[in-house]
Design a protein around this ligand. Structure first.
Ligand code: SF4
Length: 154
């Protein structure tokens, strides 16, 4: 399968396994690069053959909730973005293609309580529907004070 990372930004270079995993290292660290949704193509090396448990997080979440890595990142592949500042339609098209073509075991949306962030859940829900795949989708909502306000399966 061809690698299709959008060219033009040095940060787009794909790294499959980062050095923060391994003997003596914490096992909940970031496992790959890049992580920004906008920087990824629709063929994503770190998702190939991974049957991944995918965490899609709003940009603000990691800076708001405590212990983001320990609580949410363990054994998951991460994609982050902002459905308000980025183009949500492009997110929808990208995730629809990803879900249509790459086996994904489960998607968890981690978003802020503020209304602008609910768009991430809506995009993922619609993309799964459009893909025709039966991918479980969970949502965790983070309050602006850093508390987990709710978790649900959609
Ligand atoms: S949608 Fe709003 S809360 Fe969510 S990542 Fe963007 S700015 Fe932050």
């Amino acid at each position: 399968m061809s690698k299709h990372i959008i060219e033009g930004c040095p940060s787009c270079s794909s790294i499959g396994e980062l050095a923060n995993k391994g003997e003596g290292k914490k096992d909940y660290g970031l496992s790959h690069w890049p992580i920004q949704i906008k920087l990824m193509g629709t063929v994503i090396p770190f998702l190939d053959n991974a049957n991944a448990d995918l965490l899609v997080a709003g940009d603000c979440t990691a800076f708001t909730v405590q212990n983001f890595h320990e609580r949410f990142l363990k054994d998951r592949k991460l994609m982050i973005g902002c459905p308000k500042l980025d183009n949500a339609q492009l997110y929808l098209e990208k995730f629809t293609e990803i879900f249509s073509n790459i086996p994904i075991r489960k998607v968890t949306c981690l978003r802020m309580e503020v209304p602008c962030c609910s768009g991430m859940t809506a995009v993922l829900k619609e993309a799964i529907k459009l893909s025709g795949k039966d991918i479980p989708l969970d949502e965790t909502i983070i309050g602006v004070k850093g508390d987990v306000l709710g978790e649900r399966t959609l």
